[in-house]
Design a protein around this ligand. Sequence first.
Ligand code: NAG
Length: 188
Amino acid sequence: MAQFESLWTIPIILVFVSIGSCIACGRAEYRIGDECCPMCSPGLGLKVKQPCTPSSDTVCGTLEGFYCLDPTKEGCRAAQRHSSCKPGQYISHTGTISTDTVCSDCTGDTYSNGSFTSCQPHTQCDTLKLQQIKSGTHWSDSECGPQISPIATLIFAVVVGVLAVIAAVTTAAIMKRRRKKHRRSFNS
Ligand SMILES: *[C@@H]1O[C@H](CO)[C@@H](O)[C@H](O)[C@H]1NC(C)=O
C-alpha cells in the first residue's frame, strides 16, 4: 500500500511543478527562467540596473534626464524627468540622478533661451560697426543690421531739405502770381 501511494505522488508533484512554471508572472513582474521578477515601474524614467536573481529582486536605476524621487539602498523606485528652464533663465545646476535641475533668472544685459548654463551677454552692435535693429531681452539676443553711414544720412537730409525749400518757394511764387492777377482784374 505504501509503495502504491509513492507511485502516485511523483506524477502529482510533477504536474504541480509544471503548472507552477506555466502560471504567468504578475502584471508588474517579468520572467527570467523560472523566476518572476518585479518590473521597474513603467513610464517613470526607470530602467533595470540589475536583473533579479533567485536571491534578490530587480534593482532599478534612473534613466538619462531623470532624477530619483524614491531612492532605495541600491537603486530607485520612482523617478521624475528633470525640469526644463524657461526662456530668460539659465541652468544654474544641471540635474543629476538624485537632484532636479536648478534654474536662475538672467540679469542685466544678458540672455538665455532656457538651455544655456549661463546667461550670454547681448551682442553689442556698435562694437561690430553695425546698427542695432532690435534690442536684446533676457530671453533673446539683440539683432544688428548694416550700418547706415553718417555721410549717407547727411546727403539724404540735405536733398530732402533742398527739395522742401524748392517746393515752398515754388508754391509761394504761384500764389503771388495768382493774387496779382486777381488784383489787376479787380482794378480795371
Ligand atoms: C537654445 O539655443 C541653442 C543654440 O542657439 C539651441 O541649440 C537650442 O535648441 C535652443 N533651445 C531652445 C529651448 O530654444
